[in-house]
Ligand binder design. Structure first.
Ligand SMILES: C[S@@+](CC[C@H](N)C(=O)[O-])C[C@H]1O[C@@H](n2cnc3c(N)ncnc32)[C@H](O)[C@@H]1O
Length: 302
């Protein structure tokens, strides 16, 4: 995975061709993390809703967990991941697959009543811009569930105190531990959310026991149960590698007019007109491909 940069846009990590879902989740020994995240999502998600935007959906690992929503839009920059998601979830009309950049969402303002961004903010070199863009496409009082990688975790604190690590887990500066992979300070994330137009409602700390020995020795259900108990401490302190935040949009949003959905990510014109295997922008003339059930706003056709 390498970064693909554009002059006027933040660089985006490239998951094209990546076997992330298989190597990290299916064969990576991460059942504990997966199930601890499922508990957090169950606790934070509204029971029901109309249209949920899953930002950085990957291969759709979490998508079945949004069963209370009538429709789910899976958005990811990687066509490979979306194809895998479509193979796993099917061409059901409940799901819409969209290849696009979180920094430039191809949707009209105020469209969604909920959004999630799980294990994706840590790829954002400009998290404030990503969160502000997310707010734009959400309705008033919409629910947003955000997971981020926490630099102020217990392991980092111990390593810092033992002088095994040069960077401080306590300051607000992001840590780029690999190219386009960042750990953030919880206070910094809360600040970006507030500035982006969200209020934080609840925080859950997740994966307290992400330690190889514990994962090998203790039964999975027991470890997940312990984590489920410990998650509630997240409103008081955040010392885990992963933190889930439930936020709500603040202030009024223009309600998307009936039938309006996509807009051009380049010029923001809406509506787009339907071409043959494309959505065409009458505003700037760009044509966006629709192939194998995936709306592709990564780059225009031609
Ligand atoms: C670590 S994976 C997580 C996938 C999924 N949320 C999960 O938890 O299984 C991160 C995903 O974010 C996507 N991504 C990263 N930056 C993005 C951006 N700027 N716009 C859209 N997707 C992005 C990647 O393509 C990748 O599929």
């Amino acid at each position: 995975m390498s970064g693909a940069s554009h002059s006027d846009r933040p660089p985006v990590i490239d998951y094209e061709g990546s076997d992330y879902q298989a190597s990290f989740w299916e064969h990576g020994g991460r059942d504990y993390e997966d199930q601890a995240e499922a508990v957090a999502l169950r606790r934070l998600l509204p029971v029901s809703g109309k249209l949920l935007l899953e930002l950085g959906a990957g291969a759709g690992r979490n998508t079945p967990r949004y069963a209370g929503f009538e429709r789910v839009v899976l958005l990811d920059y990687s066509r490979t991941q979306l194809r895998l998601a479509r193979q796993a979830l099917g061409a059901h009309e409940r799901y819409l697959y969209v290849a696009a950049d979180i920094y430039r969402l191809p949707f009209v303002d105020g469209l969604f009543d909920a959004a999630t961004m799980i294990r994706t903010l840590h790829h954002m070199i400009d998290p404030q811009r990503a969160l502000t863009e997310t707010r734009r496409v959400l309705q008033s009082q919409a629910c947003f569930i955000l997971e981020f990688a926490n630099k102020q975790n217990l392991k980092a604190i111990l390593r810092y105190l033992l002088r095994r690590q040069s960077w401080s887990p306590f300051d607000l500066q992001a840590v780029e531990f690999a190219a386009l992979n960042f750990d953030f300070h919880p206070q910094a994330v809360r600040g970006w959310l507030k500035a982006g137009g969200f209020s934080v409602q609840r925080q859950l700390t997740v994966s307290h026991f992400r330690i190889g020995l514990l994962k090998r020795w203790l039964p999975l259900r027991f470890l997940v149960g312990l984590d489920a108990l410990a998650q509630w401490s997240g409103d008081w302190w955040q010392l885990t590698p992963s933190v889930f935040v439930k936020a709500q949009t603040v202030g009024d949003s223009p309600m998307a007019v009936k039938g309006a959905f996509f807009c051009c990510p380049e010029c923001r014109h809406s509506p787009l007109t339907e071409g043959t295997n494309s959505l065409d922008c009458p505003g700037c003339g760009r044509r966006w491909g629709v192939q194998e059930g995936i709306y592709d706003f990564k780059a225009p056709l031609d």
